[in-house]
Design a protein around this ligand. Structure first.
Ligand SMILES: Nc1nc2c(ncn2[C@@H]2O[C@H](COP(=O)(O)OP(=O)(O)OP(=O)(O)O)[C@@H](O)[C@H]2O)c(=O)[nH]1
Ligand SMILES: [Mg+2]
Length: 198
């Protein structure tokens, strides 16, 4: 599902009210990233949070842009499908890709195994997911984007991670403001790309 986000950027990172979090969805094609992306406003620990989600596509033509959006994201959702082992193998590679661009492993992220409603087609066990999450030092959720199971937990988990990181970094807010224009440019060009391919 597409997000209409261009209107909101002027209020990004506003001091009062809802704070905006720049979230990048990563994952192989067809794992359910776009289904996940529709929910954008959540209340977490009694504070509203607006999630500005950059929904990347698994296809090859977008991988050239991947470094760019990895630079702008404050948090990452790494998705695979529990019915697709290949997508799990790809999920295991994203942390290195993020590291190459950000030069730190201390990046807020959550790992998501989607499509648990298709249990009979499962190829990746819950234990394997948990074990990768341990390697990543991140939280792990199994979800069904189709049935809206545990989707809120994913966003809550990620925002908590971002807040925790921020509270340990006093200069974080300034850094994020500088990234706003890059982020908007990226989202604009992804949008154009999609329009030209559909
Ligand atoms: N059964 C089931 N189907 C799902 C679930 N999530 C997504 N799908 C379906 O899987 C297909 C792919 O979902 P998308 O959200 O388009 O996948 P994507 O990760 O955005 O794929 P790309 O944009 O190609 O990278 C669609 O037909 C969805 O309806 C889920 O939790 N359960
Ligand atoms: Mg998609």
């Amino acid at each position: 599902m597409e997000l209409e986000n261009e209107m909101i950027s002027s209020s990004s990172n506003s001091s009062a009210g809802s704070r905006e979090y720049k979230v990048v969805m990563l994952g192989a094609g067809g794992v359910g990233k776009s289904e996940d992306a529709y929910k954008t406003q959540v209340r977490i620990d009694d504070e509203p949070a607006y999630l500005d989600i950059l929904d990347t596509a698994g296809q090859a033509e977008f991988t050239a842009m991947r470094d760019q959006y990895m630079r702008g994201g404050e948090g990452f959702i790494i998705c695979y499908s529990i019915t697709d082992r290949q997508s799990f193998q790809e999920a295991a590679e994203f942390k290195e890709l993020i590291y190459r661009v950000r030069h730190t492993y201390d990046i807020p992220l959550v790992l998501v195994g989607n499509k648990i409603d298709l249990e009979e087609f499962r190829q990746v066990s819950t234990e394997e997911g948990m074990s990768l999450a341990r390697e990543y030092s991140c939280s792990f959720f199994e979800t069904s984007a189709a049935l809206r199971f545990y989707i809120d937990d994913v966003f809550h988990g990620l925002v908590r991670e971002i807040r925790r990181k921020e509270s340990s970094l006093p200069m974080a807010e300034k850094k994020m403001k500088r990234k706003d224009s890059l982020w908007r440019k990226l989202k604009g060009s992804l949008k154009k790309k999609r329009e030209s391919t559909t």
